[in-house]
Write a protein that binds this ligand. Sequence first.
Ligand code: P70
Length: 464
Amino acid sequence: MNTPDTDKRTWAEPYKIKMVELLRMTTHKERQAAIQEAGYNTFLTRSKDVYIDLLTDSGTGAMSDRQWAGLMLGDEAYAGSENFYHLEAVIGEYYGYKYMVPTHQGRGAENLMSQIMIKAGDHVPGNMYFTTTRLHQELAGGTFVDVIVDEAHDPESTFPFKGNVDINKLDRLVKEVGEERVPYISLEGNVNMAGGQPFSMANLNELHAYCRKHGIPIMLDATRTIENAWFIREREDGYAGKSVREILREICDLTDGCTMSAKKDALVNIGGFFACNDEALYRQAQNLVVVYEGLHTYGGLAGRDMEAMAQGIREAVAEEHQAARIGQVRYLGEKLANAGIPIVLPIGSHAVFIDAKRFLPHIDQDDYPAQALAAELYLEAGIRTMERGNVSAGRDPKTGKNRRPPLELVRLTIPRRVYTQAHMDVVVESVIDVYKRRDEIRGLKMEYEPEHLRFFQARFTPLS
Ligand code: P70
């Protein structure tokens, strides 16, 4: 393998900056008004009022000059766009699946897959839930069952593969409901809700053997799987000499298909796809996509979006890209940890997660400590982050009560190729300032709660 110098020296951005987007700085008074107007929900704040935007790494990355050039090659024909065939070939080459249907983003692919594969009364095991993934499983009549290893629910555990599936938990479910009621296992790379934690290749091999024996397909959530491949290379015996590209292929070859939000790993502002190796499944997806997204050769995307995605996939598997991507997140996480801020360990690839239970131990989980902390970080410095705790987890459909998940987190998500090290330093200083006055921070009361994915639009008022 051609090892870049990043292995010997500090990581640095493997690009130089050709165009910049100016940021607006705000006063405390302006931010006070903005967060109040947003009902203390960062999803409802306006981008113009944000200084450093760590809400998400989804669709917020910077495209390269080659990707922008690709936009000019958009073949905007309704049917059979050249960009579709290009993208199909690139997905075949890097991910290795035989068939692919584009979708407007990840949840479009999740909708197709859930509608096709899940029957009412089925159980869908997964290595921790993701909000949209689980919702589509439920809308299709399924029940999600968490089969991730216990370590994933403990923010202080430093287990290197907290994304692993606990095969015993899976086996218990299969025995309980019968393998015919388990349409597939949903396997996520770099598990988002666990803090961006990878599964190991050893675990995937074990899972593969188990699933083959029981006739259960493995469907990958490939959204951040290239980043998962990086961690395998770094942490798993026998992988140091393999490239990210080879490891990605090895992962995909052990699975039966995937859903993908290309807005993350694949470095585009919009796009996704469903891919698989089974022709019958592909035919169904190809047919259903015309109902929800658009013709099967564009799936809700413009031709130019597919071109940018094809180029983005090539750039995403580059070792130097991942070294800088993960290096930057680690830089932020280590500085926060060294300052005594409670964060989820090990530091993940796409974000640093602050443990709001330990940051604000005086706030009960039903008074939404992570939501309150996200609002406070915005107030302090115009930094926009995301709650990943009790609000995101929603209510248990059986009891109607808040799920009160073990992890009550604030996610500081780093967009790809967007912010500099100095921005990271500002974030660290701001978090430390909030930490110093943490005793003054109060919880929140939810005053408006939408039915689906409530975290996006819920509104809150501060408790006095
Ligand atoms: C985020 C984004 C999206 C996502 C994901 C995984 C592992 C599927 C999707 C859906 C955006 C988001 C979505 C819901 C709640 C908050 C934020 N994650 N699987 O910021 O893909 O957004 O393209 O439909 O992470 O983590 P898409």
